[in-house]
Ligand binder design. Structure first.
Ligand SMILES: CC(C)(COP(=O)(O)OP(=O)(O)OC[C@H]1O[C@@H](n2cnc3c(N)ncnc32)[C@H](O)[C@@H]1OP(=O)(O)O)[C@@H](O)C(=O)NCCC(=O)NCCS
Length: 155
């Protein structure tokens, strides 16, 4: 599937995808996505054609760490390698100096934790009640070149 940079006009599609992909309490508000789509310090990619997948990274000044903001694949498109493809496509677009990757994920999110482990992320912190009371998270980090190797792409 072709993957391209997101545009402001993708806002509705991204919000629809989020609603289909996440439980309501885990969706980012529409206004956060609107801001992100015009922010130069973010990399946001979507699938071309049906908007079945999206990935967003936050880039902050003064750090060499890129932080994953969101990754979503529509339920109808799961299990076909799209999550992996979105990570690979986005790595190619992150500025060169960002050599480490970081993300937070719900500890009980088996598919996402499985995907991140499969591409080389490891758990580096436990985040108690991170997503609300009783909804624990973990932080996972990876070297960019390790993930690239796991995905068979150039770092
Ligand atoms: C997590 C998510 C993005 C995975 O997308 P996907 O396109 O189905 O993933 P892929 O097909 O690329 O799978 C790649 C690897 O991830 C792991 N994986 C995927 N689905 C899995 C599952 N249900 N259980 C365990 N591991 C799984 C496997 O290691 C898989 O490799 P394999 O197919 O060789 O076994 C998707 O399930 C999703 O959008 N979930 C809801 C949103 C979400 O939780 N996002 C992450 C928030 S931090």
């Amino acid at each position: 599937m072709r993957i391209r940079p997101a545009r402001p006009g993708d806002l509705d599609g991204i919000v629809e995808l989020e609603t289909a992909a996440f439980p309501p309490e885990d969706c980012f508000p529409r206004r956060s996505w609107r801001r992100l789509l015009t922010r130069p310090s973010a990399v946001v990619l979507v699938t071309a054609g049906p908007l079945d997948g999206s990935i967003a990274w936050l880039l902050r000044d003064g750090t060499t760490v890129a932080r994953m903001y969101s990754l979503a694949v529509h339920p109808r498109a799961r299990g076909q390698g799209l999550g992996r493809q979105l990570i690979a496509a986005s790595l190619r677009r992150l500025p060169r100096h960002l050599d480490r990757l970081s993300l937070e994920v719900r500890r009980d999110n088996g598919p996402a934790v499985g995907l991140y482990c499969a591409v080389g992320f490891v758990e580096t912190a436990r985040l108690r009640d991170y997503y609300g009371s009783g909804r624990h998270g973990i932080r996972m980090t990876a070297r960019r070149d390790s993930v690239a190797t796991m995905l068979h792409i150039r770092p």
